[in-house]
Design a binder for this molecule. Structure first.
Ligand code: AMP
Ligand code: GLY
Length: 419
């Protein structure tokens, strides 16, 4: 079949690489793609969040499956437009994408279905937020919601910090919730209506600095699997969180289709939901794709066409994968743009290594940086320690004067293993 992939980051480079190797993939088009994706796909420069443009491209190219990488096209209703045009799409409707877009929606769904999550209150004004604080002990977690979102999450350890967070959000909607203690892990499941299949676990590193310090980023590195999410805990997360969510969404007339990314806190009482995303994580996707065996494109097509329950469960290798992000100096602030990148081929010559492109451009003189996260250097190994050794050996081959990376990806798990 002919497949169209939407997006232009490291996540999409990893998806393109895996899809291209699937026996059922005859041709792969990416929109808009990037220089890394151009190794596996024909890139077409359209806006992936423009439903009419995506439908037109899919029709013109005889596309049997559209795979949506990022959330923006989903929120813009691209999956709805494709379904209305009779084209199979891997990715949820705009209504189901509320699981990511609205924290309040997801919290209310959890409460109504007894899904384990932090206790919370939704507020609409500063006054209401101040009044609600009384019911929480410190630390307390404050999140902007709805249109005012994107200001991040504040974990306030003092009443003053909580007040500052309320001031910063202004009069908009907020979710105030109890602080959960534990280690975080992500669980990625394929969901087709009420059918849910666990795909893989991973752990991300959101802070820019080593030892998980400094400002938050989109993610500086990841590894998969996350052994902290044991088979028993994964089963509980599927039974207590993911499946009840899929059932509730179907019952509400918004059946979910695609990949559901559950951000979990592993507490003393078991896994609790922190948040959902309705797409693959970036860089988690780069660490998961190399572990997938079998015909991945066919699996995505099964989800997209409502046949997940009829096909074999996903096959994952027993290997461990680690992705280390190489970012441009200045990220997550204003990143240095245009820095030359050389010797990526030498990095890829290291056994088990693939270098995915997150933010690169092809200049006349060669590859240059474009954007914050530039490369996602990914290595497979028999153990996490071997994957780490290979990933850093590969990074050390790369000549990118304007770049930086964290040297400690995987530290929590590796420390546990060494203890
Ligand atoms: P979110 O945008 O909801 O994913 O939150 C971003 C990060 O804030 C999460 O990855 C957690 O590290 C942290 N966080 C969010 N909610 C809580 C909570 N209730 N308890 C502890 N940490 C939280
Ligand atoms: N790596 C976190 C995310 O994709 O949201």
């Amino acid at each position: 079949m002919n497949i169209l992939l939407l997006g232009s980051g490291g996540r999409e480079d990893a998806l393109a690489w895996r899809i291209r190797q699937s026996p059922s993939c005859e041709a792969l088009i990416a929109a808009p793609g990037n220089p890394g994706i151009a190794r596996w796909a024909q890139c077409v420069a359209i806006d992936p969040a423009d439903p009419a443009a995506v439908v037109a491209l899919a029709r013109a190219s005889d596309i049997a499956l559209v795979v949506v990488g990022p959330e923006a096209p989903l929120v813009a209703g691209v999956a709805d437009a494709l379904r209305a045009a009779g084209i199979a799409v891997f990715g949820p409707s705009a209504a189901a994408a509320q699981l990511e877009g609205s924290k309040g929606f997801t919290k209310d769904l959890c409460r109504a279905n007894a899904i384990p999550t932090a206790a919370y209150v939704r507020t609409e004004s500063r006054e209401a937020a101040r009044a609600a604080l009384g019911a929480f002990s410190l630390p307390v977690v404050l999140k902007a919601d709805g249109l005012a979102a994107g200001k991040g999450v504040v974990i306030a350890t003092t009443a003053d910090e909580a007040e500052q967070a309320i001031e910063a959000v202004g009069e908009g909607p907020m979710v105030i919730e109890a602080f959960l203690e534990g280690e975080e892990a992500s669980l990625f499941s394929l969901v087709d209506g009420e059918t849910c299949v666990a795909l893989a676990s991973a752990q991300d590193h959101k802070r820019v600095g080593e030892g998980d310090t400094g400002p938050n980023t989109g993610g500086m590195g990841a590894y998969s699997p996350a052994p902290v999410l044991t088979a028993e805990l994964e089963q509980r997360a599927m039974d207590e969180i993911v499946r009840p969510t899929a059932r509730a969404m179907a019952a509400a007339g918004m059946p979910f289709s695609g990949v559901l990314y559950a951000g979990l806190m592993l507490t003393d009482e078991g896994p609790k939901l922190i948040e959902y995303n309705v797409r693959f994580g970036d860089p988690e996707c780069e660490a998961i794709m190399p572990r997938i065996e079998g015909d991945f494109a066919e699996l995505l097509h099964a989800v997209a066409s409502g046949r997940l329950g009829e096909v074999a469960a996903p096959e994952l290798s027993a290997s461990h994968a680690m992705t280390v992000i190489v970012a441009a100096r200045g990220y997550p602030g204003t990143p240095a743009s245009g820095g030359a990148i050389r010797a990526v081929e030498s990095a890829e010559a290291v056994e088990g290594v693939t270098v995915f492109h997150a933010g690169t451009a092809q200049a006349e003189a060669g590859l240059v940086a474009r954007g914050g996260r530039v490369l996602a250097v990914t290595a497979l190994g028999k153990t996490l320690a071997q994957a780490r050794a290979r990933a850093y050996r590969a990074i050390d081959q790369i000549d990118f004067a304007d770049g930086f990376h964290r040297r400690d990806i995987g530290w929590r798990e590796l420390e546990r293993q060494e203890a």
